[in-house]
Design a protein around this ligand. Structure first.
Ligand code: E4P
Length: 217
């Protein structure tokens, strides 16, 4: 399963990328706002750090303006992936861009039928939001299971990009189900390294090492 970082914070992106943990990045207007950076400038910087797809989201609601915005965004770098909302205008934009060889991430997906539409429109990625689904009394992971089943039934090539990931169990379940990608805040990705027995093990080894009176350097 590929790991994308759901952030526009450069320091976090560099750290995860240097550890070999990043296959791409997703941003959205809220994350750009949180970063306090200029959208075009920060997107260009991220595209220069990460080799994989970097999602940049259009903000227009109608197809013609979405296409104009996408035209500006795709000039930023070759690895920009245009993010469009799951609306009929967004799907129309998805079809036009993907026919032209541009990567498209169809975002704000909350049902398996919506995911079916994204695949039919030729999306590179579909982003079902599991955390927000859970928040509203549904099981976000059931949604991922349904989409996996449907895409496999018809051999759709659109990649399932699990979004709105809030904790380690979302990541584990996504991998079990066979999602193609998951995008999570850097702190969730880093938390996957945590284990109490790892900490305890290090503590024990260091205590015994100190007793040997030796040093490596
Ligand atoms: C996906 O691309 C979105 O940026 C994202 O995962 C939104 O998640 P949130 O529910 O934490 O805002």
């Amino acid at each position: 399963m590929k790991f994308f970082a759901d952030t526009a914070e450069i320091a976090d992106i560099r750290e995860l990328n240097d550890a070999g943990l990043l296959d791409g990045v997703t941003t959205n207007p809220s994350l750009i706002h949180k970063s306090g950076r200029d959208f075009m400038e920060v997107t260009k910087e991220i595209c220069g750090i990460v080799e994989g797809p970097v999602s940049a989201e259009v903000v227009a609601l109608d197809h013609d303006t979405m296409m104009k915005e996408a035209e500006v965004l795709r000039k930023i770098a070759d690895n920009v992936c245009i993010k469009v909302p799951l609306t009929i205008d967004g799907l129309k934009t998805c079809r036009a861009l993907s026919s032209d060889g541009t990567m498209v991430n169809v975002t704000l997906c909350f049902s398996a039928n919506q995911a079916l539409l994204a695949a039919k429109s030729g999306a590179t990625f579909v982003s079902p939001f599991v955390g927000r689904h859970d928040d509203n009394g549904f099981d976000g992971m059931d949604l991922i299971r349904d989409i996996r089943l449907i895409y496999d039934n018809y051999d759709f090539r659109t990649e399932i990009l699990v979004a709105s990931v809030r904790h380690a169990v979302h990541v584990l379940e996504s991998a079990r189900i066979g999602a193609d990608v998951m995008t999570a805040p850097p702190k969730v990705i880093k938390s996957l390294a945590n284990h109490v027995l790892t900490d305890k093990g290090i503590e024990g080894f260091l205590a015994d090492w100190a007793k040997t009176g030796q040093s490596i350097l």
